[in-house]
Ligand binder design. Sequence first.
Ligand code: UT7
Length: 365
Amino acid sequence: MIKTVNEVSPLIGTNPDSGAVQTVPFPGHTSVPEPEPRLLSAVVAGTGFDVPERILTNADLEQLVATSDAWITERTGMKERRIAAPDQAASDFALRASQRALADAGISAEEVDLIVVATVTGDMPFPSTSCILQHRLGATRAAAMDVAAGCSGFIYALATARQFIATGAYKTVLVVGVEVLSKITDWTDRGTCVLLADGAGAAVLRASADRDRGVVASYLGADGSRGDDLFMPAGGSRIPASVESVQQRLHFLKMNGNAIFKVAVRRMAESVNRVLRAARLKAEDIKLLIPHQANLRIIEATAKLLGFPMERVFVNIQKYANTSSATTIIALDEARRAGRVLAGDVVVLVAFGAGLTWGGVAIRW
Ligand code: UT7
């Protein structure tokens, strides 16, 4: 039985320093109150993912650009990735991932109150991919919106969904991370084309009065001054599509990989510390750390900066490469199915991406 908001008293006032962990110093971003007031819990009731059938290996990429399996493996940890067929779009993968998450949760699409889809490669600029998904799923009661936060998209979407549940506004929220990056990839640019891939993951969040379970903390950050380190210049109102914009290859993703690498490590480490502090947990309490899968070296450097053992870090980058907003939720679903997330376990998801954006969530199972 789900209690109403008034029956659940907020959890405020405990000493935030009691669960202090090794802190990565970083100025600014003090907008999140700590500890967070909590009303209803947002419990993860089900997860699912879907990826395209077509596998593109490092050997395949050797045929496209001047690269090698050795370089890609050593510099990124990636071995293969999934690539959509020409006629496939984001909602195709979002639909199957959502159906699997709903089946896992044991609920029907009609029970969903809100759909939040994180993507920067939706089916089209509008209507939103969440509206397309709402229709295709038959989630006729649900409100629907997209969240654009690059590779941090799923974290932003989950944190957003949690707020609607915490306040009692909605009981059941479907959160999706989906990208079809292959459609905005410049297949002549070896600096990006070896990294990017397609896929979708979904989670069903449900309201619960059990404050020991669910999303126990979230943290979001952004630095818009670094927007042009990772962006797609054309296709919006600044540079609408034209013959020139296509000829100048402005409808492809552009990235300053080196600059992003350093920020990624520091911001993901910071995000782990922020959510631990907000949840009054220690690093030892984390059963599994699920970082954004952009580069194995970024993941390893983040773990090293935190003093966190790689045995408790989930990595599936070798199979799916960088699916942007889908990486953490695909990884969470795989980790659950591999038996690496059990009742009572604390899982922390962290990501960074275009914007620049970053953030984390801590979930107790
Ligand atoms: O999802 C969020 C956004 N993206 C990221 O998180 C990506 C973050 N950045 C990275 O993962 C890495 O910076 C990259 C994987 C993109 C690049 O790795 P790196 O170790 O930083 O390499 P680099 O850019 O410093 O390039 C080293 C060399 C260069 O050659 P020279 O100048 O030393 O002769 C590149 O031209 O490697 C060359 N190179 C390649 N060689 C073979 C760059 N891409 C490739 C390639 N194959 N695909």
